[in-house]
Write a protein that binds this ligand. Structure first.
Ligand code: PLP
Length: 455
């Protein structure tokens, strides 16, 4: 049914170009208009309630109705609604948050720089690595290695780091100097009979071969999510991080951990780096930092990274980078309160404990005729769908199967995300056991309905 004239739906179609949406299809089908949030639930304007099993975009740790964040924002708005951090200015919320992040960091970090989105943070890392290389008198050391299916954002540089075709196609990306190595997706990429450990060795060998081919002295850093999210929830194979970090150490290449999804509890540890025993030199955080109630992200750097950057800024006379809203006081105040809640309610432990139930529940679907693989850690999971289990392939076109499953599951009141033919789940960290059971049961019913449709 076409939307009523002048309705939100009609005006959305008329005026709004959506992110990550097929624009022409949107003109035909229009939007679902969300109106309210309540814990792990959101409600649309027609009063239909959904479990937000993706926490929005992998981000709303404390749920959709946390009054303390509203109050923190309101207090800060009344006190000092805006100030910046350019040219030696500062304010309490940004200092408190920087200090808090340094305290929480899984390895010794030196400084925090604030940005507004994960993309901006990763974009800045590309700039920082150039600035540092020039500062150290190593102008050749600027290449960055990322991974196929890694996700790091959508600005020109961060989309280049991203290893997904839809972020490059027709944008004339990736830009020069950014390389993509093997995706550590054991179930998809391993050879017949290749163990996780053997596949991890192959991934590390591929990385080392790329470094050798490019010249180790030309590589500044390796960037990766501890566990891939938007590339389809790809869990690294056993021993992967140990072997990859050994390669990086051998060639004196910095490790950048993109903690935008994993950070602040998602894996059942405070950081994905803790979970996988990673020792990053640089970290990106966002999303669960403020539960996305307000936009904020940050780049943490260790002394080894900070030193040459500080020296270069002294040489030039300024560090010529910064956004009007970098370290926005209201966003910083909300982030601080959000981190306080995560700690006070021990939501990291909740993620670990409820995560066991989510992972076990979804794994009971492994025998379903449409399920190829179930994978995940803590409160992040992927269910990869297939129509031919043996050949591990789904019906064409790619993504059609998961898109249909996603639709059927959403109609039943659970919002997931279809990534290729993988259904992703990443619920708020406050979720309880019965809500997890509802997610699992709804997925089962949706997949049964889909199997029935397909005969
Ligand atoms: N890095 C990772 C790991 C992400 O998952 C995302 C977004 O999903 C980004 C970076 C980009 O963040 P933003 O969408 O805030 O630009």
């Amino acid at each position: 049914m076409p939307p009523l004239p002048n309705s939100i739906e009609a005006r959305d179609i008329a005026f709004h170009l959506h992110p990550y949406t097929n624009a022409r299809r949107h003109e035909e089908i229009g939007p679902i208009v969300m109106a309210k949030g309540d814990g792990v639930y959101v409600e649309d304007v027609d009063g239909k309630r959904y479990i937000e099993a993706m926490a929005g975009l992998w981000s709303v740790a404390v749920g959709f109705s946390e009054k303390r964040l509203v109050e923190a924002a309101s207090r800060q708005m009344a006190e000092l609604p805006y100030y910046h951090a350019f040219t030696h200015k500062t304010h309490a919320p940004v200092v408190d948050l920087a200090e808090k992040l340094i305290q929480l960091a899984p390895v010794p970090m030196s400084k925090v720089h604030f940005t507004n989105s994960g993309s901006e943070a990763n974009d800045l890392i590309v700039k920082l690595l150039r600035y540092r290389a020039n500062g150290m008198g190593e102008p050749h050391r600027k290449k960055i290695i990322s991974r196929l299916r890694g996700y790091h954002g959508v600005t020109l540089a961060s989309a280049s780091l991203t290893g997904l075709p839809n972020n490059h196609r027709s944008f004339d990306l990736p830009m020069e100097g950014i390389l993509h190595t093997t995706c550590p997706h054991h179930w998809r990429e391993a050879h017949e009979g290749e163990s996780e450990e053997a596949f991890a060795t192959r991934c590390a060998d591929d990385l080392e071969a790329m470094i050798a081919a490019e010249g180790p002295e030309t590589i500044a850093a390796f960037i990766a999510e501890p566990l891939m999210g938007a590339g389809g929830v790809v869990v690294p194979p056993a021993t992967y991080w140990e072997k990859v970090q050994a390669v990086l150490r051998r060639h004196d290449i910095l490790l950048v951990a993109d903690e935008v999804i994993c950070g602040f509890g998602r894996t059942g540890e405070m950081f994905g780096s803790t979970y996988y025993d990673m020792k990053p030199d640089i970290m990106t955080v966002s999303k669960a930092l403020s539960s996305s109630y307000l936009p904020i992200s940050a780049v943490l750097v260790n002394e080894r990274v900070y030193g040459p950057i500080a020296d270069e800024s002294a040489k030039i006379g300024t560090f010529g980078h910064g956004f009007t809203t970098s370290g926005h006081p209201v966003a910083a105040a909300v982030a601080l309160e959000n981190l306080k809640i995560i700690e006070e309610r021990d939501l990291v432990a909740n993620a670990r404990e409820r995560g066991v139930r989510l992972q076990a529940g979804l794994r009971t679907l492994s025998d379903h005729p449409l399920v190829g693989e179930v994978r995940g850690v803590g409160l992040i999971a992927g269910v990869e769908l297939v129509t031919d289990k043996k050949a591990r392939i789904a019906v064409q076109p790619p993504g059609a199967l998961a898109a249909r499953a996603f639709g059927l599951i959403q109609e039943r009141g659970v919002i997931s995300r279809a990534i290729g033919d993988t259904l992703a789940f990443c619920p708020p960290l406050i979720i309880d056991d019965s809500q997890i059971d509802t997610i699992v049961e709804t997925v089962r019913l949706g997949l049964d309905e889909l199997a029935g449709e397909m005969g």
